[in-house]
Design a protein around this ligand. Structure first.
Ligand SMILES: C[S@@+](CC[C@H](N)C(=O)[O-])C[C@H]1O[C@@H](n2cnc3c(N)ncnc32)[C@H](O)[C@@H]1O
Length: 334
């Protein structure tokens, strides 16, 4: 069984960043800067404790997506980034539309026959970053949410959709297949908004809605009048894999509470992958950030109606839909 986790070996005081860990034989695949090293870690639980994120902020992390989806088509898109083709199967309604646009020809005047009915999003991203720049990578939550959008066109078509913590913009681009307007936001850090803009341009053939890219920081709720004006029209809020750090999780809960306001007609869809670590205190594997998220809701007495969505909808993108993944539908209970 493969798990993503972060451990510190308290015996040797060596810190490992563990991307994929196979608990059946104790091997750890440690991916750093494009290299796979295989190291043994102590199997005795007393030598293992979860790494405090602050302590390893200089360590690099790599999303599992980059090992599951190896369709890299170009390196050096910009410094430190690559372009990957994220292929997806057209949902039936898109395939039908495609058929109506036929015949299409390539530059040699040959008829383009898309038998597989597959589309490709060309996404620029980093392959390994420090924790504070994880938005420059693609995470499984983005693809889970993208799948849910494609599987449920009636929920998303003609809507104004706001995405929080959008990363490289993949989910917002997919939302724009159906929406009227998409407001794609993230913290304005290390060129992330510029990267989203480049990805929007790169996939312009798929972008049907008006797509605005702007800064929204969970830790600063002084929003610009332009953003507030956009938010008044928003009925759907999306966020994927933004629950991984204690301060960001608290900021995210406050931001979502402010966005949901007193309006029960606004709906948030939140995808996340529970990141398990073993703790000595619990003597068990726990998902501390997910638990912090739930604790914050209870502590603040938030009147949220949370429904877990079954993950049995079709899969259009290629990734491992692991059982640690969750998709929540959240509305304000009035
Ligand atoms: C793990 S990444 C997920 C990115 C993308 N949603 C995905 O699933 O591929 C977490 C995202 O949260 C964003 N984030 C971190 N701190 C934030 C903050 N204070 N305000 C808004 N977004 C933040 C990061 O920039 C990053 O895009």
């Amino acid at each position: 069984m493969t798990r993503w986790s972060l451990w510190r070996d308290t015996h040797t005081h060596t810190t490992f960043f563990v991307v994929a860990c196979d608990w059946t034989d104790g091997k750890v695949f440690n991916r750093h800067h494009h290299q796979f090293n295989c190291a043994k870690i102590p199997r005795k639980k007393k030598y293992l404790s979860p790494v405090i994120i602050d302590m390893c902020s200089n360590f690099t992390v790599t999303s599992e997506i980059h090992t599951e989806n190896c369709n890299e088509i170009s390196s050096n898109a910009e410094e430190y980034s690559i372009i990957t083709a994220f292929s997806f199967i057209y949902p039936r309604y898109m395939a039908a539309e495609l058929k109506n646009n036929y015949p299409k020809y390539d530059e040699d005047d040959d008829l383009i026959v898309n038998r597989k009915k597959e589309g490709k999003l060309l996404i620029e991203h980093s392959i390994s970053t420090e924790l504070k720049f994880v938005g420059l990578q693609v995470w499984r939550g983005a693809l889970l949410l993208a799948d849910y959008i494609l599987a449920n066109p009636k929920i998303f078509e003609h809507k104004t959709i706001l995405e929080l913590g959008s990363g490289v913009g993949l989910t917002s681009i997919v939302a724009s297949f159906l929406a009227n307007e998409v407001i794609c936001t993230d913290i304005n850090l290390d060129g992330i908004l510029e990267m989203i803009n480049r990805n929007v341009q790169r996939n312009s053939e798929f972008v049907r809605a008006k797509l605005n890219v702007m800064a929204l920081d969970f830790l600063n709720c002084n929003w610009s009048t332009f953003l507030i004006e956009k938010l008044t029209k928003t009925t759907i809020i999306l966020a994927a894999d933004v629950i991984y750090d204690i301060d960001i999780t608290k900021g995210f809960v406050n931001t979502l509470e402010k966005l949901l306001g007193d309006d029960s007609s606004r709906t948030a869809y939140i995808a996340l992958e529970k990141r398990y670590v073993f703790t000595i205190n619990d003597l068990d594997s726990v998902a501390p950030m997910y638990e912090e998220f739930l604790r914050s809701i209870v502590k603040q007495n938030l009147n949220w109606n949370i429904k877990m969505i079954d993950l049995d909808f079709p899969q259009y993108f290629h990734y491992d839909r692991v059982k640690q993944m969750i998709l929540m539908k959240i509305q304000k209970q009035i």
